[in-house]
Design a protein around this ligand. Structure first.
Ligand code: NAD
Length: 398
């Protein structure tokens, strides 16, 4: 019997994406998989039930999706009710923030629910790149950050020379120049602004400059951590950073912040004083804004706040969701890549010697198997499996 993939409707009112779109659904059906889609799961992203049915899926209610699927796919963490319905041996796949909701992962392990969480994907392994949800969604968010800023900024972005006079171009500063930051820089440049970028990973200088933006050198001598990510700064380094950033921020009209450190709350980069000292009309777009805090003092998740000194702060942790159709299409392609990777001969195969899978898997067979997650939970390292990896570097996606 063929395997069944279930697609859930997201439970958060702020989440408009869906984990599979009709196009990828069609491809998976062609591959011999059965697809169950929860009714109206794609509606917010402009994918309708009849689109999924035309693609060969069955549209059913939520309970049927959970009850009948071998693999359940989703964007964000499932709510408590849904978590309690998953069954032993079922596989769930989504952007599950496993390093911050470690208690949910422990609960899945207890219930023997297998979990693949995109936030754990080892992104520097080349064969994992088609699965890289963090990159696909950050890229959409970075683009939207620049577009939202240009909409809220009460002046032109480009320089305008008109018969009525000349308008100076906007100055945009991007703090944190990973995937989202670089996309924000590229978009702000295309809109005609003068753009600079700032990061504590020295490697990002070349990437910023290659987009034609200025790189602002940080006083933090080397902020690179492991896996290409930034490390958490010490209190002294953070204080020095706030001082140097205060000057940079005051010289700009738009500040887009994207800084993240995996497993930690987003670092505060724009202090209350910096907001107070900003020119009227300045716009901050905080991609780090979440319940854990954000990069900008006073930012509120999902809200746009205007301060007494006429500064606008957008709490923008949900920007990929605000471009729901395109981001769902990309997310679905990432899901397809994982499904193709884990299904062999009509079976789900999680090879314990494959570093893409042991990276992506949070929980397998009742055990927390991911090394980063084990560390976050203070669990001892697992012994390495003895079997040598079969030539997994050449494993192809179909
Ligand atoms: P991220 O979302 O974790 O963080 C965003 C940016 O914020 C990063 O550039 C980080 O250095 C920066 N940052 C964090 N704390 C900061 C602070 N206190 N001050 C200033 N900047 C701070 O990053 P990301 O976009 O997911 O990218 C992380 C890394 O992964 C990058 O090196 C990127 O090039 C790399 N990456 C590699 C691949 C690949 O090899 N295929 C794919 C995607 C990303």
């Amino acid at each position: 019997m063929s395997l069944t993939i279930g697609v859930l409707k997201e439970s958060s009112p702020h989440e408009h994406r869906v984990a599979l779109d009709p196009e990828v659904t069609k491809r998976l059906v062609k591959k011999g998989l059965q697809i169950l889609v929860e009714a109206s799961a794609g509606e917010d992203a402009n994918f309708f039930d009849n689109d999924y049915e035309s693609a060969g899926a069955k549209v059913v209610d939520r309970n049927a999706v959970i009850e009948q699927s071998n693999i359940v796919v989703m964007i964000d963490n499932p709510d408590e009710q849904t978590r309690s319905q998953f069954k032993s041996g079922q596989l769930i796949l989504g952007l599950l923030n496993s390093l911050t909701v470690t208690d949910e992962m422990t609960e899945f392990a207890k219930n023997k629910v297998n979990v693949l969480s995109f936030d754990l994907l080892p992104r520097t392994i080349s064969r994992a790149q088609t699965m890289d949800v963090l990159s696909s969604q950050s890229s959409v968010a970075g683009y939207k950050a620049a577009v939202i800023a240009s909409d809220l900024y009460p002046k032109y972005f480009p320089m305008m020379i008109t018969a009525a006079g000349t308008i100076k171009p906007a100055k945009v500063l991007v703090l944190g120049t990973g995937v989202a930051g670089l996309q924000a820089i590229g978009t702000a440049k295309r809109l005609g602004a003068i753009v600079s970028g700032y990061d504590i990973r020295p490697a990002s200088r070349g990437e910023v400059e290659s987009l034609g933006a200025t790189f602002l050198t940080s006083s933090v001598s080397n902020g690179a951590g492991s896996g290409g990510y930034a490390r958490q700064l010490t209190d002294e380094e953070q204080e020095a950073q706030h001082k140097e950033l205060a000057e940079f921020i005051a010289q700009n009209d738009i500040v887009i912040t994207t800084a993240q450190v995996p497993g930690h709350k987003p670092p505060l980069m724009v202090t209350e004083d910096s907001v107070q000292n900003s020119k009227p009309g300045t716009v901050f777009v905080d991609l780090g804004a979440s319940d854990l805090g954000g990069n900008v003092a006073g930012s509120k998740p999902f809200e746009t706040v205007v301060t007494d000194n006429h500064v606008t702060i957008v709490g923008a942790g949900d920007l990929a969701s605000r471009v729901a159709n395109s981001s769902s299409q990309l997310f679905a392609k990432n899901v397809q890549a994982v499904i193709n990777y884990v299904i062999e001969d009509d079976q789900i195969q999680i090879d314990p010697t494959d570093d893409v899978l042991t990276g992506l898997a949070a929980v397998y067979d009742g055990e927390i198997i991911n090394a980063r997650l084990r560390k976050a939970l203070d669990l001892p390292e697992l012994p390495k499996p003895e079997e040598p990896a079969e030539d997994s570097e050449t494993k192809e996606e179909s």
